[in-house]
Design a protein around this ligand. Structure first.
Ligand code: HPA
Length: 234
């Protein structure tokens, strides 16, 4: 039974899934980390694959950028494909001095400037948070690694924010900004599923540094390996 954005039969998607924003990263993960790979989705080139990792059945699905886009994919994955556990992997912009290019942020919670959650809560500010078991598994998988941070991120509607909102986030100790985690955590909470976001710092909002192309693959691999470990152990 396909959905408008995922053309697959119900059993073709695993109960545990990785969610990169970039569909080409989904393809790359399937090709480099999975065995017995089968592509189940190509609608809008938002690729999805199922395979095995260390003998465990897992999937990887691109979600696109922004809260509305990820909300479409996770809603369909949770409602129609019975996905139980979802780990987003992505990049973020760092806000604090201690979060450096290439560091990994495990997102405990995600603030947002979007009104999207309030539609479900009659205006109350729900505080979206990660699943603790997944967060612990990710932290344990990264315990030998330097430059791992656990804390809050913010999922913003604008990439090119022209306001001083980011200063307010810095004042609250928010580690980094991206555009998806708040919706992943909120939808998972409403549908009683487990979710986590793991983010690599690709650029720094204050210093304007960005990750050199040559470092991208290695840094992103670290995050993928933490996420896959948490997905099968958490
Ligand atoms: N905002 C700003 N910088 C970023 C983001 C974002 O969403 N993602 C990666 N760098």
């Amino acid at each position: 039974m396909s959905t408008p954005h995922i053309s697959a039969e119900k059993g073709e998607v695993a109960e545990r899934i990785l969610l990169p924003g970039d569909p080409l990263r989904a393809k790359w993960i399937a090709e480099n980390y999975f065995e017995n790979v089968k592509q189940y989705n190509a609608v809008r080139n938002m690729f999805g694959y199922t395979g095995t990792y260390k003998g465990e059945r897992v999937s990887v699905q691109g979600t696109g950028m922004g809260l509305p886009s990820i909300s479409i994919y996770v809603t369909e994955l949770f409602d129609h494909f019975d996905v139980q556990t979802a780990i987003r992997i992505g990049t973020c912009g760092a806000l604090l001095e201690k979060t450096k290019i290439g560091d990994v942020i495990i997102a405990m919670t995600a603030s947002t400037d979007s009104n999207i959650n309030r539609r479900f809560t009659n205006g109350l500010d729900f505080a979206p948070h990660a699943d603790f078991e997944l967060l612990r598994a990710a932290y344990e998988a990264s315990s030998e690694l330097p430059n791992i941070h656990v804390g809050g991120v913010a999922s913003m509607d604008y990439f090119y924010d022209e306001t001083d909102s980011l200063q307010k986030l810095i004042a609250h100790g928010v580690l980094g900004v991206e555009m998806e985690t708040s919706q992943l955590y909120s939808i998972a909470a409403r549908k009683q599923r487990r979710a986590l976001s793991i983010l690599t710092v690709s650029d720094h909002i204050i210093t304007h540094e960005s990750m050199p192309a040559i470092d991208r693959e290695k840094s992103l691999n670290t995050m993928v390996e933490i996420a896959l470990s948490a997905l099968i152990k958490g």
